[in-house]
Design a binder for this molecule. Structure first.
Ligand code: SAH
Length: 344
């Protein structure tokens, strides 16, 4: 069976032609899948029964089912545990902002990167998600909430640049006018720093925002938190970032999770500014979310303010991420862990 929701319009058109069907059928089917976001061929009401039957025999649609759903009483943030047909689960979170609804999607089942502060990686990577499965998270969330999603962040479970081809296809299909047509400027991709893939991404010259999970300004500290730093140390990462800005003209956003007594000192802030000097960038400070599997604690309010002030003193813009969905543990990959009883 072929996963139809991962086929681009051209690929679908080819398949439809091979089946001896007229061209307009590809357009109809693509629209049902990517504009109307239906989850079954039987809902494609302008196709005759015989054709729906044929599609059912050859293809399947990768829109996930809702395994669990938590809604924050504080701010309406919705967290989903989505399940795919093979029983694997990922998490997605819908956040409501003044400018519109934003969804945080997963790109892999689990993650191979091993960051010490992150719940999603504790039991490793199971598999990549297909383009259709990443799209399916957006589609299911949008049909479930009944509200348009206007912004996407690839910051859920997984490392997007470790699933490069599928993520590129997703970006193309979701920002395409034949699909949801979400502007690339409303999409952010976050990476722990897979350097060669940053160069590859730059070549695509997309309008998306690249976020870099930097979290530490020195190799020793960063390597202790993020194993990827052994392979691609900070100097190489920053060089790739400068090159990315030069090629794309897009500002890079640096994510820095503040951990009490670990990376929140004024020295760390100064060193971070030295690294970023002269780069078109922004710093996003995130008070670390405590997870069961580590002893990290959030920095104090004063330490966060002090860190932010130092960055701003160097004329780099900085924001402290507002916590949404605090009552539903919206930020971590913990629902999947609970559901699978992954206890490592
Ligand atoms: N693999 C990608 C995207 C997924 S993680 C990446 O590393 O960027 C999305 C963001 O959440 C990253 O910046 C990540 O470092 C951060 N993060 C993960 N666990 C966290 C935690 N417990 N507290 C705060 N931020 C966390």
């Amino acid at each position: 069976m072929i996963e139809i929701s991962s086929l681009s319009f051209d690929e679908l058109s080819e398949k439809i032609a091979q089946m001896g069907l007229p061209k307009f059928r590809a357009k109809q089917i693509y629209e049902w899948l990517h504009k109307k976001n239906v989850d079954s061929f039987d809902k494609m009401t302008n196709l005759d029964k015989a054709l729906r039957q044929k599609l059912n025999e050859e293809f399947f649609i990768a829109v996930p089912t809702i395994s669990r759903k938590l809604v924050s009483k504080i701010d309406g943030t919705v967290k989903y545990l989505f399940e795919f047909s093979d029983g694997e689960c990922v998490e997605s979170v819908v956040m409501k902002y003044k400018y519109g609804n934003s969804i945080c999607v997963s790109t892999q089942v689990g993650c191979a990167m091993g960051c010490t502060f992150c719940a999603s990686t504790k039991a490793g990577r199971v598999r990549n998600l297909t383009a259709g499965e990443i799209l399916g998270q957006v589609y299911r969330a949008q049909t479930d909430t009944g509200e348009r999603i206007s912004h996407i962040v690839l910051m859920g479970i997984g490392e997007p640049l470790d699933n490069f081809d599928n993520v590129m296809k997703f970006l193309d299909m979701v920002s395409n006018e034949q699909g949801l047509n979400i502007g690339q400027r409303n999409i952010s991709l976050s990476t722990c720093g897979v350097v060669p893939k940053i160069y590859e991404l730059a070549k695509r010259n997309l309008q998306i925002t690249l976020s870099i999970s930097i979290h530490s300004p020195t190799d020793e500290l960063r390597t202790s938190m993020m194993p990827i730093n052994k392979k691609y140390p900070i100097s190489e990462l920053i060089e790739a970032c400068r090159s990315y800005v030069k090629t794309t003209g897009r500002r890079i956003s640096f994510e820095y999770s503040l951990i009490k007594g670990v990376n929140d000192s004024p020295e760390c802030a100064e060193k971070l500014c030295a690294l970023l000097r002269g780069m078109l960038c922004h710093v996003n400070l995130i008070p670390v979310n405590t997870i069961e599997q580590s002893d990290y604690r959030k920095s104090d309010k004063e330490a966060i303010e002090r860190f932010k002030n130092i960055i701003e003193k160097h004329k780099i813009t900085a924001t402290v991420r507002r916590k949404l969905g605090a009552d539903i543990n919206a930020a971590c990959g913990q629902l999947r862990r609970e559901s699978k009883q992954l206890d490592r």
